[in-house]
Design a protein around this ligand. Structure first.
Ligand code: GRF
Length: 219
């Protein structure tokens, strides 16, 4: 199967972007990173991507009159790079239904919590304050409602008695960096189908077979 052309949208550090770029270097990975787009000129991830020789673009939201103009500029850039799939990776702008609908079923996001718990910001602080024992991260398809949409992958992280939001965030981020490449491989490789709010392995794939990067679903 031809590799899917993926654009990664970032606003900052870009560790998830890096994880995707590194995974996509494998010859059998079903996606290639054809663009890294940032809305912030100072994003550390943008400098890293440039240094790697990747195609990069800056679409600065502050240089546009309104959200629509900003998104139209992003859309033009994505189209110019032949983008087939979009991965949001720490992209800190809310997207309008117009943009989301253009990419519906073709745009993923990573969220630092076990959705549908802890939508929004400050997820680690809130999880600790609530006393939950298990926290984690989620990769999901993007729909117009923020932090909703069919879930492709999740991973759990135990909350420790002495956890701080930063310590917990660091352990969750390690898992984010593992599940995002896995989730993108499932979607780009057309191994999954969306049925309502569920993302299911395509028919013909045995349940329990080590399809999700070598893990059985119960592990
Ligand atoms: C991650 O925690 C991600 O889940 C959230 O923003 C953070 C981005 O981190 N959406 P990075 O820029 O990928 O390192």
């Amino acid at each position: 199967m031809k590799k899917k052309r993926v654009a990664i949208l970032i606003s900052g550090r870009g560790s998830n972007m890096r994880a995707l770029v590194e995974a996509a270097r494998a010859p059998d990975y079903p996606a290639e990173i054809s663009l890294v787009l940032s809305n912030r000129p100072q994003a550390a991830g943008l400098a890293w991507a440039k240094a790697q020789g990747l195609a990069t673009a800056l679409v600065d939201h502050k240089a546009h009159a309104d959200r629509e103009a900003f998104e139209r500029a992003m859309q033009t850039t994505l189209e110019a790079h032949g983008t087939e799939l979009v991965c949001l990776a720490g992209f800190m702008r809310l997207l309008t239904p117009w943009f989301v609908e253009k990419w519906q079923g073709r745009m993923l996001n990573i969220h630092p919590a076990l959705l549908p718990l802890y939508r929004g910001l400050h997820t680690h602080e809130r999880a600790i304050a609530d006393g939950v024992k298990v926290h984690g991260c989620t990769v999901h398809f993007v729909v117009p409602e923020m932090d909703e949409g069919p879930i492709v992958e999740q991973e759990t992280v135990r909350v420790r008695d002495d956890d701080t939001p930063d310590a917990l965030a660091a352990r969750v981020l390690e898992q984010e960096n593992r599940i995002y490449p896995r989730a993108l491989a499932l979607v780009a490789g057309e191994q999954v189908v969306v049925r309502g709010n569920r993302v299911l392995m395509r028919e013909g794939r045995e349940p329990g077979a080590p399809t999700r990067a070598g893990r059985s679903p119960s592990s």
